[in-house]
Design a protein around this ligand. Structure first.
Ligand SMILES: Nc1nc2c(ncn2[C@@H]2O[C@H](COP(=O)(O)OP(=O)(O)O)[C@@H](O)[C@H]2O)c(=O)[nH]1
Ligand SMILES: [Mg+2]
Length: 263
């Protein structure tokens, strides 16, 4: 199976400095279009060095005792594997790009099967992936079409009771912005009082102005309506790998597996 040409930061093909910057720090793509008066600080809170991102990448590379693989699936919370290593989960509307993003995170091991569906509402199970003994990553069922059923059945009990959960990533489609269904998830995350992070997906799609508008209103929403959300929305494109290395680094960092050089 072929590894995507952009899967590894260590082996990037020659790219223009601007493209490289967008790949590594996607905020740099919209930043020039931002009014001078807008405070940029919230968008650069997590700004690891390239060296840190390279270290994080190594974690996603398997080596004999370090398995990077699909682990198991569960249809109910009481079927979830009983593990103690830190865990992160990805939640969001059906079609927002959860599975695609997990696939991009695990693209250094293309044999890891992450189902990316063409039809919404496909993922009805929680799918667990493991990165050695370092951490696990969970692809949660989407909500929207079958919401709030899947949400009530699985996502909610999981968010409330999963003891090894260290971070939730709440995905929002950057090409359409924050939707009514997203606020159900946001309220749920707030209710659990556990730390979570917004991830803006599909930033390659649509006009840059639309993305910028959606990003700014999302950031305003985080600032005014949340108390457990990380102030910086992370931006990604699973299609062209923008922000994927940064997200790997973020996951490695918050699971306690990577000490950042500059903090
Ligand atoms: N343009 C673009 N399309 C994407 C991106 N990520 C996902 N998609 C598309 O969005 C659809 C839903 O993606 P999927 O990962 O299955 O979403 P999920 O239901 O949240 O798991 C698929 O057709 C993907 O190809 C992205 O970064 N850019
Ligand atoms: Mg999916």
């Amino acid at each position: 199976m072929n590894v995507h040409k952009l899967a590894s930061l260590q082996n990037l093909p020659p790219l223009s400095p601007k493209k490289t910057q967008s790949l590594l720090y996607p905020f740099s793509y919209v930043e020039p279009y931002l009014d001078r008066s807008v405070d940029r600080s919230a968008f650069n809170l997590f700004h690891p060095s390239v060296e840190d991102m390279l270290k994080a990448e190594k974690m996603f590379l398997p080596s004999p005792p370090h398995h990077v693989s699909y682990y198991t699936s569960a249809e109910r919370m009481d079927h979830a594997p009983d593990i103690t290593q830190p865990e992160v989960c990805f939640i969001g509307r059906s079609n927002v790009g959860k599975s695609s993003l997990i696939k991009a995170l695990f693209s250094l091991t293309p044999e890891v099967q992450v189902r990316v569906s063409k039809t919404p509402g496909q993922t009805k199970k929680m799918n667990f992936f493991r990165v050695g003994r370092s951490f696990t990553v969970v692809d949660m069922p989407g909500y929207g079409h079958n919401a709030p059923k899947d949400f009530v059945d699985m996502v909610e009990p999981y968010l409330f009771s999963r003891t090894n959960l260290v971070r939730t990533f709440l995905l929002v489609d950057g090409s359409v912005g924050f939707q009514a269904a997203d606020s159900i998830a946001l309220e749920m995350c707030e209710e659990t009082r556990r730390p979570y992070v917004m991830v803006v997906t599909k930033i390659d799609k649509g006009r840059c102005g639309t993305l910028l508008q959606n990003l700014l209103s999302l950031q305003a929403l985080i600032q005014s309506q949340t108390s457990s959300c990380f102030p910086q929305p992370l931006m990604v494109s699973s299609l062209n790998f923008w922000g994927v290395y940064l997200l790997r680094c973020f996951v490695a960092h918050i699971t306690g597996r990577l000490q950042l050089a500059n903090t």
